[in-house]
Structures are given as C-alpha cells and as structure tokens.
Design a protein around this ligand. Structure first.
Ligand code: ADP
Ligand code: MG
Length: 351
C-alpha cells in the first residue's frame, strides 16, 4: 500500500483527470474495505491523537469500552506513542477483563482492545479444578494411611482392656478411635463416590424406600411427615441407590435440625424442564453466612458431624445433571430443592 501511494505521488503531475479518477476510485475502494474490516473485527481498534483524544473507534471498541470510549481510555492512562500491553478489569458497561495493546502510529497511538473475560474465567476454573483434584488425591492417600495405625490402636486397646479389665480411659480412647474411623470412612466414601448408573425412572421410588427405612426414627421422635407425590411424574435419568443416599442425607439433616414432634414436608413436582423434589423442615434454620458456605466439605455445626453429607449430596445431584439449592431462615426452618432434568427434555436438547 505504501509503495502504491508513493508511486501515485511521484507521478501525480503527469496524470490526467481520467487517470486521477481511476486512482481515486482505487483509494476509496480500499478505504471502504478497511472500514468494513474495522466494523467486522471483534477487537476494539481506536486511534488516539498526540494528546490521547479519540480520533476514531470501531464498533467493537464502543461495545467493549462503552459509548464514552474517550473517558474509558483516559482512565487507563495508556502510554501515548509507545508500544505497551496491559490487562484491565472494567466495571462499566459490564464487568469484563480486557487486554489493551498500544502501538505508535506516526504522531498518533493505535489502541487494540480485546475482551478476554471468558478466557480468564476459563483459566481460573481450570486451575481450580486441577488444584481440587491434587488436593483430593493427596487427602485420599493420607486418609487411607491413617486407617492402619488406627486399626492397630484399636486392637491394642482391646488387648489392654482384656488385661486390666474395664477402664474409663480405655473406653474413652476406644470411642474416639471409633469416631475417627467413622470420619475417615465417610471421607473416603465421599471422595470415591462412583459415577451414577443412570436409568429412566422416578425419584418417587427411592424416596418411598428411604422414608420407610427411617419410619422407626420418625415414630420415636413423633415427627410428622407430609408427603406430596403427584399421580403422574415425568421420567428422569436416575441412579436409584445414589438418589436414596441423597434423600437420606437431607432427611437426616432435617431430623437433626428439628425438635421432637416437628413436621417435615416432602413434595415432588415438575415443570416443563425439571422434576423437583423439595424437603422443607421446621428446624433451627441457618443464617446467610452459614448458607453461603453450605455444600462445602467439613462445614459442620454438630459435635459429631463430618460436614461431608451435603458435599456428597451435591456431587451426586450434579452427576445427574441436576441442581440443589437451599433456602433457610433462622428459627423457622430450611427447604432444600433438587431439580432433575426431565428425560424428554434431555433428548430434545441433544437433538
Ligand atoms: P453434618 O450433618 O455432618 O454436619 P452436612 O454436610 O450434612 O454435615 O451438613 C453441614 C451443615 O449444614 C450442618 O452441620 C448444619 O449446620 C447445616 N445444615 C444442613 N442441613 C440443615 C438443615 N436442614 N437445617 C439446618 N442446618 C442444616
Ligand atoms: Mg449431615
């Protein structure tokens, strides 16, 4: 392009009107194409004058930086007439991460702006997933190793008891060892939870199973269970055993949160996307801070709790492509709602 202009300039005195028109047409075509290119680019392209005022900005630049491109760029304090590269977090017009590059362009500065929000989110997520996996492997190894000395301690405590007879200290030690064993077992179970074996079915079956195995506890504590199951329920892809474990975890927590004689409501339902299962207890409830960390491992408010039940629950639900949410109010109770995608819906989406 440079050579072309140089040639035209050199010979401009010798060109007649027709030739000039021809050259002019070439230039204006070229200009129109450049303009089109600028419009089509996803990158924001901005030209700044020597004082840093915007001379020209393509639509992508306005989309990324907002309509007041000038103010947005000034707030970045970019070096003028120099090459540079930086990353900015924008709050306006929406939260974004942008890569901003400057290049000298004669007396002007060319600014190239790239929206890298999605890339940054992805790398963060990948890093977190990798770290999680590493921590989990390490933790599983440690937990497994703790099992052996624990067995030895337990065995020797039994031998000791046989020698010295019943003894309070030994009993305490044995109970604590039992507790440690339970925590480790729960922990390893949580880490190992296998992929669900999904088959078309209804969550009503594992729910009825679970309620009937817990019937004794309800009776002993005079807990009233209100069960609401619609006559016809759309199918979902479900691993009934794992789902029964989910229901057990949620109902156990509800029982632990409620006083004797309280009421637990369990309702199945559906909308055009999902089948829903809601567990509403009338227990102690949780405050916002507690709710915001729910489903994280080892968060427990119970003396003998492991804080693993909800983590496992969430993992199982997610392996079913579902979601679980909790609403709670201190002193009033808590409702956990599970959503499992309807089977027809899944198939439709795949198609
Ligand atoms: P754990 O029951 O061993 O403590 P969970 O993961 O099952 O572990 O639960 C974590 C914590 O979440 C509990 O200790 C309790 O503080 C809170 N929680 C769970 N379910 C309920 C509920 N239905 N009502 C009130 N608090 C709950
Ligand atoms: Mg629990």
């Amino acid at each position: 392009m440079k050579a072309f202009f140089k040639g035209v300039r050199k010979h401009i005195g010798k060109l007649d009107a027709e030739q000039l028109r021809e050259q002019y047409e070439l230039v204006s075509d070229e200009f129109a194409q450049t303009e089109m290119l600028l419009h089509a680019l996803n990158e924001g392209i901005v030209r700044l004058d020597a004082k840093g005022n915007v001379l020209q900005a393509n639509p992508a630049a306005r989309k990324i930086l907002g309509d007041d491109t000038d103010a947005a760029l000034k707030s970045m304090h970019l070096p003028l007439g120099r090459a540079s590269k930086s990353i900015f977090e924008l709050d306006y017009p929406e939260k974004r991460t942008v890569d901003v590059q400057t290049l000298p362009l004669g007396a002007e500065t060319l600014v190239i702006v790239r929206d890298t929000t999605a890339e940054h989110l992805r790398t963060e997520e990948e890093l977190r997933a990798g770290a999680n996996r590493a921590v989990r492997d390490l933790a599983a190894g440690v937990a497994h190793e703790i099992g052996n000395p624990l067995n030895a301690i337990s065995l020797n405590l039994q031998l000791l008891e046989r020698d010295v007879g019943e003894n309070e200290s030994i009993t305490i030690c044995m109970n604590q060892v039992k507790r440690l064993d339970g925590i480790i077992r729960g922990f390893l179970n949580a880490l190992r939870s296998p992929a669900p074996k999904l088959a078309p079915g209804s969550p009503a079956d594992p729910l009825r199973n679970c309620l009937s195995t817990m019937q004794r506890q309800f009776e002993e504590r005079r807990i009233q269970v209100n069960l609401d199951i619609p006559a016809a329920l759309p199918s979902v892809a479900i691993d009934k055993e794992q789902m029964e474990q989910v229901f057990f975890n949620l109902i156990k927590n509800a029982l632990e949160a409620m006083g004797d004689g309280s009421t637990l409501s369990v309702a199945l339902g559906y909308d055009d996307r999902d089948v829903t299962i809601a567990f509403a207890d009338s227990g102690v409830g949780m405050d916002a801070e507690h709710l915001s960390h729910l489903f994280e491992p080892y968060r427990t408010s119970k003396e003998n709790g492991t804080g693993l039940g909800l983590m496992v629950t969430k993992r199982i639900i997610e392996a079913h492509s579902g979601t679980i949410t909790a609403e709670s109010e201190v002193g009033r109770g808590t409702t956990f709602t599970i959503r499992l995608p309807r089977l027809e819906k899944r198939v439709r989406e795949l198609n």
